[in-house]
Design a protein around this ligand. Structure first.
Ligand SMILES: NC(=O)c1ccc[n+]([C@@H]2O[C@H](COP(=O)([O-])OP(=O)(O)OC[C@H]3O[C@@H](n4cnc5c(N)ncnc54)[C@H](OP(=O)(O)O)[C@@H]3O)[C@@H](O)[C@H]2O)c1
Length: 254
């Protein structure tokens, strides 16, 4: 059965926006969240013109109290959220040689604090109702530390481990926990900011196909595309010294 209601963060562009359209297109009442009110409103109107139902709530997820309030408010407004997708994330590269906290703090605050606060805020209502689905966007970049994006890798491995532990805690409660780990996706933001080689860049539509599949099959983990997921999996077995030399050579000192 399709979810009746869903909240999606980062719904103003990229995968979040397209996912919102897909879910609305099959009858889900979607709550659209992101920073930029104009883009959100545009998206809400687009969904409604196509015959779907949506409300737009601007929020900066770096403010954990704010996103908590928004999720709780949305939960009441739609009569219970069946699905919460913590998708909003940013990934500006920053070489360790030029790294300062002010450069990387927005990424940690958005990808870690904002994502975990979004998921956490959804749990009490879902636990009361005895069903629900929480899904967050991690990344294949969480599989190993990569040069120029070490902070991004750290933010994504934090999300994967958070979801893994949460899934064990919530077993038997009726709540499904999904960890989505995309490779490189040709989105408006994240996908185009990287200055490292991207071997397989997936289009937005096939990427969203994988996310919808994860929702429909209640997948614990959805890593895609499979070829890149396998390559990143294999990278986990490469000895540290070999990995660090190869990655440094391939990415930073081209
Ligand atoms: N694209 C890739 O190659 C790739 C690969 C692996 C994982 N991912 C992850 O997948 C997710 C979606 O990526 P994407 O490339 O589709 O994203 P995107 O096109 O860059 O869009 C990011 C979305 O997040 C929102 N957002 C950013 N900071 C926010 C904040 N502080 N508060 C509220 N909303 C915020 C943006 O809205 P505003 O502009 O209004 O702030 C926008 O709607 C991210 O978590 C990303 O890290 C992406």
């Amino acid at each position: 059965m399709n979810e009746r209601t869903a909240l999606i963060t980062g719904a103003s562009m990229g995968m979040g926006r397209r996912l919102a359209e897909r879910l609305a297109g099959r009858g889900t009442f979607v709550v659209l969240c992101a920073n930029t009110p104009e883009l959100l409103e545009e998206e809400r109107e687009k969904i409604e013109r196509a015959g779907g139902r949506a409300i737009a709530i601007p929020v900066d997820i770096r403010d954990a109290d704010w996103i908590t309030e928004v999720v709780q408010h949305a939960d009441e407004a739609v009569g219970g959220l069946d699905l919460v997708v913590a998708n909003a994330g940013i990934g500006t590269p920053c070489d360790g040689r030029q790294m300062t906290w002010d450069k990387i703090a927005p990424i940690i605050q958005t990808n870690v604090v904002g994502t975990i606060a979004t998921i956490t805020a959804a749990l009490p209502g879902m636990l009361r109702r005895g069903h629900g689905h929480v899904l967050a966007m991690s990344s294949l970049a969480g599989r190993r530390g990569l040069p120029t994006v070490s902070h991004y890798c750290a933010s994504k491995v934090a999300i994967s481990r958070f979801l893994e532990g949460l899934r064990i805690d919530l077993a038997g409660t009726g709540i499904v926990v999904t960890d989505v780990q995309p490779g490189f996706v040709d989105s408006a933001g994240t996908g185009r900011k990287a200055d490292y080689p991207m071997p397989v860049v997936l289009g937005l539509e096939p990427a969203v196909d994988y996310i919808v599949k994860a929702i429909d099959t209640h997948a614990p983990v959805m890593a895609f595309p499979p070829s890149l997921a396998m390559a990143f999996g294999a990278m986990g077995w490469v000895p540290r010294a070999v990995f660090e030399r190869a990655a440094g050579w391939a990415i930073r000192r081209k």
